[in-house]
Design a protein around this ligand. Structure first.
Ligand code: G3I
Length: 360
């Protein structure tokens, strides 16, 4: 089916139309309709979506150029690690909110909306929790209470300050079955419905998301996730959105069906977000690889723009100076929009020239 709205990426090579300086505003920034686009925040305004980035809180505190660029470019942010369970409750009952608070405080000061990441996950759990479950000092009844308290405490703390929460992160395996996490093993599949209900109670206005990777293209995972959401909906579980992480690599084909996949989730009545986009490459960097990367970033934004329900487009870090990729994928890197010195790569310029256009 042909969508009413199509998104079109103009290649960087397309020359900006020369208009009198008085009509074009600032001297920098590509042409965008009748206006020039100066940065991603400006682009977000013109496209009527939010454009976000994950935030490294140590860099936010220590690097003025990082902080200035983050606040100039983005109108939406996600804490990369600061809101994860091991960060906020490193010892049982001992909370450490400083980093998460700092991320939220900075966002509010700069008019940025916040995605809370993440309440229920199998990774980055505190050692007291995993250890207690393993040695049997925390039984299933207690574990459920611990999870309820965690969700409630964290969501309440930021009530009214978080636009959307990644309530449950990465719940499924690649074959579409439920992941054997400590949550599934000890609490059964009902932990997902419970977490969404507890989160809704704690902040009725926050949008509540399921968030996962490879749902951009992996058929069994797509079907499994759709079925899970249908079941949750049938049980009147308050789920509002589906987050597509979007960790891509140019050595793989671009997930060409992504817009259709987004539409299938949107058809269930869900809001859609691209929550963690990055596009890595096998090093060394070459101009050709950067051009392919730019194309992937542009297509991802175009895909989001082609689905009315897609309202947030967030990258997982904006500079190669702070990217999770080199630490996780041997010999790969350069996944972000800006390089280590915060110089824009072709991908950045491609985003600035991406626009929403009416279909034929
Ligand atoms: O905090 C410790 C620090 O005390 C220690 O000195 C240092 C030495 O290794 O490690 C620090 O912890 C690291 C943590 O990031 C904070 O920087 C961990 O080793 C490291 O494993 C951890 O990686 C994070 C990863 O999630 C963990 O699963 C990445 O930064 C973060 O980008 C990544 O984000 C995930 C999303 O949450 C979910 N989707 C996938 C995405 C990429 O993996």
């Amino acid at each position: 089916m042909r969508p009413l709205i199509l998104a079109l990426t103009l290649a960087l090579a397309v020359p900006a139309i020369a208009l009198p300086a008085s009509a074009t505003g600032p001297e920098h920034g590509p042409e965008h309709g009748h206006h020039r686009v100066d940065d991603l925040r400006d682009l977000a305004r013109k496209l009527h979506i939010s454009i976000g980035s994950a935030v490294d809180v140590a860099a936010l505190r220590a690097e003025p150029d990082y902080q200035a660029r983050l606040n100039r470019e983005f109108d939406h942010i996600t804490a990369e690690n600061a809101m994860k369970w091991e960060s906020v409750e490193p010892e049982r009952g001992v909370y450490a909110w400083e980093d998460a608070d700092e991320v939220v405080r900075n966002a509010r000061r700069h008019g940025q909306q916040v995605r809370g990441h993440t309440l229920v996950w199998h990774n980055q759990l505190p050692a007291w929790l995993t250890g207690g479950v393993e040695d049997g000092t925390i039984d299933a009844t207690e574990l459920r209470k611990i999870l309820r308290d965690h969700v409630t405490t964290q969501v309440r703390r930021y009530k009214g300050k978080i636009r959307a929460w990644d309530v449950v992160n990465e719940a499924l395996n690649e074959d579409g079955t439920m992941r054997q996490s400590i949550w599934l093993t000890h609490l059964g599949p009902g932990y997902i419905a419970d977490a969404f209900r507890w989160a809704r109670r704690a902040d009725p206005r926050a949008k509540l998301y399921l968030n996962d990777y490879n749902v951009e293209w992996n058929a069994p995972k797509i079907e499994g996730t759709l079925n899970l959401i249908k079941e949750l909906r049938a049980q009147r579980v308050p789920i509002d959105g589906m987050g597509f992480q979007g960790h891509l690599g140019i050595q793989y084909d671009y997930p060409g069906d992504w817009a259709n996949v987004m539409r299938r989730f949107a058809d269930l009545g869900l809001e859609i977000a691209v929550t963690e986009l990055d596009v890595r490459m096998v090093l060394p960097v070459t101009p050709e690889k950067l051009a392919t990367q730019a194309e992937y970033y542009g297509r991802a934004l175009s895909d989001c723009l082609s689905v009315r329900a897609c309202r947030e487009f967030t990258v997982w870090g904006f500079t190669d100076r702070h990217s999770w990729v080199p630490g996780w994928f041997d010999g790969e890197g350069s996944a972000c929009l800006l390089d280590e010195n915060l110089a824009p790569k072709p991908a950045y310029d491609t985003l600035l020239t991406t626009r929403r256009v009416s279909g034929p």
